[in-house]
Design a protein around this ligand. Structure first.
Ligand code: SF4
Length: 247
């Protein structure tokens, strides 16, 4: 992977999903084969395929410290088109330094990651109650995870992270997006570990060849996905967990 440090021009961007979004990195070491963010490549100047480059916005904390005092407060999404806790974060701590600034300014934020590395920052995340921490969990089946997300942390690690965050009183959610095969056990696995759940079909067809290779095409049909998400939604609702399904 081509990893380089870059100087960004801005960091606190307007978002259609939350008020703002921060992407501390360009590119993602997890390289999930369905990745919806691969469209970003055309804005980067990179010639390598998506998943084979990573730019580290080395000045992100300095930019954020300047930009945050000029903008009106709003909820910040971390992150939209990269994972804020991908392995390189262990060394660079760009996400952590940005969180420290958000906490100091008392801005609300929502983390979204596939990594249990966010537990490193659990003290920061538990400082006030306007912070949410979410783990993307696309299946309960580690074999399916290994096919579609070979470089991402295990499902077990993600669920354990949610449990530890929830036990600390941090508001937690799980995002099932895209909904991969093998989600059936998620409702029981996530019981008492989350405050709410989002289920999104989010099928961008980048991984269609993998479904074909492993004879999983039947799981792409609208009927299959609809039934699976309905079953899951009912199971979560029965546990008293707020569930939002997006199609
Ligand atoms: S973790 Fe998210 S941003 Fe990173 S490769 Fe996977 S889907 Fe893409």
């Amino acid at each position: 992977m081509n990893v380089r440090e870059i100087t960004a021009k801005s960091i606190l961007s307007r978002s259609a999903i939350f008020d703002y979004v921060i992407n501390p990195y360009v590119g993602c070491q997890y390289n999930c084969n369905y990745c919806y963010a691969r469209f970003m490549k055309r804005f980067t100047g990179h010639r390598e395929p998506w998943g084979e480059f990573l730019d580290i916005k080395i000045n992100a904390p300095e930019l954020l410290a300047r930009e945050i005092v000029r903008k009106s407060p709003g909820r910040v999404w971390i992150s939209g088109v990269c994972d804020p806790y991908q392995p390189v974060e262990m060394k660079y701590e760009i996400t952590r330094k940005c969180l420290e600034i958000l906490v100091n300014q008392n801005w609300p934020f929502t983390i979204q990651t596939k990594s249990n590395l966010l537990l490193r920052d659990i003290e920061l995340l538990s400082i006030n109650d306007n912070i949410e921490a979410g783990l993307t969990i696309t299946t309960a089946d580690e074999k399916i995870k290994s096919i579609f997300e070979p470089s991402a942390p295990s499902i077990r690690d993600r669920i354990t992270a949610l449990e530890q965050l929830h036990d600390r009183g941090i508001k937690t959610y799980a995002m099932i997006a895209p909904m991969l095969p093998g989600v059936e056990d998620l409702a029981s696995l996530l019981e008492n570990k989350i405050d709410y759940i989002l289920i999104d079909r989010m099928n961008y067809h980048h991984a269609d060849w993998i479904y074909k290779k492993y004879n999983l095409q039947y799981t792409l049909s609208y009927n299959y996905i609809f039934k699976q998400s309905r079953r899951l939604a009912d199971a979560f609702t029965a546990q008293g967990i707020k569930c939002q399904v997006v199609f």
